[in-house]
Design a protein around this ligand. Structure first.
Ligand SMILES: [Fe+2]
Ligand SMILES: [Fe+2]
Length: 557
């Protein structure tokens, strides 16, 4: 492990190794404050807040520092303290104006490249109009190691904010961020439904700000890599409603016309693929005005009223581009002997037996599970249902095994086929024979969903399955609309473990690269917050440990 670099330490890194990379389509931020702005505002307009890190394209050499400020910043920059001195990396600005309340949000992104692998760097975030310019915000991060090396990551989704006046926010979300920090992962996967701003439509930017202040406790120290969930889809904010999300996160480039929605990165021998499930799911669960009143955007936006019954349904938004990208990315991984493990993150669930949550979505089973089978994806990490569920390794599917929830008629739910249905005596699952799906939706909302479906006829786990679009329908109350629940049921023969004690928790993944010609393993420890369903708690206890092991792909190197 390399020694922490500080401004006072000796030189080992050249100044020219740091490159500031502009992001196409973004504006270089250096303009002064607007005429007419007050002196006190102009002195503090660029004060950084909501500071968070993401990986650049190569986690071993690049990290992006992102933040927001109350108004437009002057000369926003990161100061990187290295052995060779202090380097200023100028940030690029991304802004958007909220399509409902008309507030303009200013964010800044400083992509740092040319870093050394497996090294700790101190940094500060500031601007000429930073109120704290004399003592700017300061923290440190660590780059990823290269090669087959051990490392740890964590995951959950459905976090919300600790400001309980916002819908679905909960005090648990602050403890959840501290829990991640306590496990000291190299990075965290935040698997969608970040803050539920779309449930507070008149105040979306304020909800995002409270989310950003909360996650800074950990995300300023280690990358938090998100995927978009259905609650990132907002009225008036871009074709997929994702402008708030895309403005705040600078994520690895995917080379398509849809930057930021999906991406990949590799750490050690694990390839991580982050997907945008709303592109393929049948369920309609984005922005929705249930009525009876229209949602009236601020006059400054010029946007029309959003009528009762309106929903922003984006299934198919990429026109197949995401699935084509996924296939080519998996195909490349299959030929890459440096990749032992493939981990997919997405928000919605292909395998969930939650009783009161959304359930399983046939859209994912149709579009992506065949690719996961073909290319041997090891793990799929999801949220969406606010609980914990683990599947057996699955491969292929049983046809016509479901039934209509109302009529009982046969429905083809593409029921996933478990290939192992008991914990192996040697203690480790070999995921080269099947993919294990985890639901880790217990970040910190006010709506735990740790009740699960049971088939009354045989007492076995039962899942709801959404097999067709559930667009809004009149509720029976004039002007009020509902979205239909899942239309089908199936026996959840693939469900291995469900946490019925609490809906809250965090999963910790420890990758052991093993030795050449031998096995590599991932130990998964799920810690849950007992009692959090009733009142928030900082305590997370071990619920279960699962070990995966498979042969390394580098043979006897
Ligand atoms: Fe959620
Ligand atoms: Fe969700």
């Amino acid at each position: 492990m390399k020694k922490r670099t500080t401004p006072a330490s000796s030189s080992s890194i050249s100044r020219r190794s740091f490159v500031t990379t502009a992001v196409p389509g973004l504006i270089a931020a250096a303009s002064p404050h607007a005429p007419g702005e007050s002196a006190s505002e102009s002195k503090s307009a660029g004060t950084p807040e909501q500071i968070h890190l993401t990986w650049g394209e190569d986690p071993a050499s690049s990290v992006c520092v992102s933040w927001a400020s109350p108004a437009q910043a002057v000369n926003p920059r990161v100061l990187l303290y290295t052995n060779s001195g202090t380097h200023a990396i100028h940030a690029v600005q991304r802004t958007y104006t909220d399509g409902i309340n008309g507030q303009t949000v200013f964010t800044y992104h400083a992509l740092i490249t040319g870093l050394e692998a497996d090294s700790t760097y101190d940094y500060a975030v500031t601007a000429d109009d930073d109120r704290n310019r004399n003592l700017p915000f300061r923290s440190s991060f660590r780059t990823a190691p290269r090669g087959r090396v051990p490392f740890r990551w964590t995951s959950y989704g459905d976090l919300s904010t600790p400001v309980t006046s916002w819908r679905l926010s909960s005090a648990q979300s602050a403890f959840a961020v501290r829990a991640v920090e306590g496990f000291k992962p190299l990075f965290h996967l935040l698997n969608g439904d970040l803050c539920y701003a779309n449930l507070n439509p008149q105040s979306q930017p304020a909800v995002w700000a409270d989310f950003g202040r909360n996650v800074q406790t950990s995300a300023a120290n280690r990358p938090w890599m998100p995927c978009p969930g259905n609650h990132e889809i907002e009225f008036g904010n871009g074709p997929e409603g994702l402008n708030a999300y895309l403005t705040r996160y600078r994520l690895p480039d995917n080379g398509t016309a849809f930057p930021g929605r999906w991406y990949r990165f590799q750490v050690g021998s694990a390839l991580f693929i982050s997907l945008s499930g709303d592109d393929v799911v049948y369920q309609d669960s984005g922005a929705f005005n249930a009525g009876p009143e229209p949602l009236q955007p601020a006059p400054s936006t010029g946007n029309p009223a959003i009528l009762p019954g309106a929903s922003l349904y984006i299934r198919g938004y990429s026109g197949g581009a995401q699935t084509r990208w996924l296939e080519s990315t998996l195909m490349a991984a299959a030929q890459d002997r440096s990749v032992d493990w493939i981990i997919v993150q997405m928000h919605q669930d292909a395998l969930s037996s939650s009783k009161h949550g959304n359930g399983s979505d046939k859209g994912i089973r149709e579009a992506w599970l065949p690719l996961f089978d073909r290319f041997g994806v090891d793990l799929v990490l999801c949220g969406h249902d606010h609980d914990y569920e683990r599947s057996w390794p699955v491969r292929g599917c049983n046809r016509h095994a479901g039934r209509d929830a109302l009529t009982g008629a046969t429905v083809d739910t593409l029921q996933p086929q478990p290939v192992i249905t008991a914990t192996p005596s040697e203690g480790a699952f070999d995921t080269s024979v099947g993919t294990i799906h985890f639901i880790l939706g217990g970040g910190g909302t006010s709506a735990p969903l740790d009740a699960y479906g049971v088939n009354a006829a045989n007492g076995l786990p039962q899942a709801k399955v959404i097999t067709k679009p559930n667009r809004p329908v009149p509720s029976g109350i004039p002007g009020v609309f509902d979205k239909p629940a899942a239309d089908a049921l199936e026996d959840a023969i693939w469900s291995a473990r469900r946490d019925t004690e609490t809906g809250y928790g965090v999963a910790v993944f420890d990758l052991d690269p093993g030795t050449p010609g031998g096995k590599t393993s991932i130990t998964i420890s799920y810690y849950h917050a007992l009692g959090a369903d009733k009142s928030a708690t900082p305590r997370y206890d071990l619920f279960e440990t699962v070990v995966l092991a498979k042969s390394r792909r580098d043979g006897r190197a």
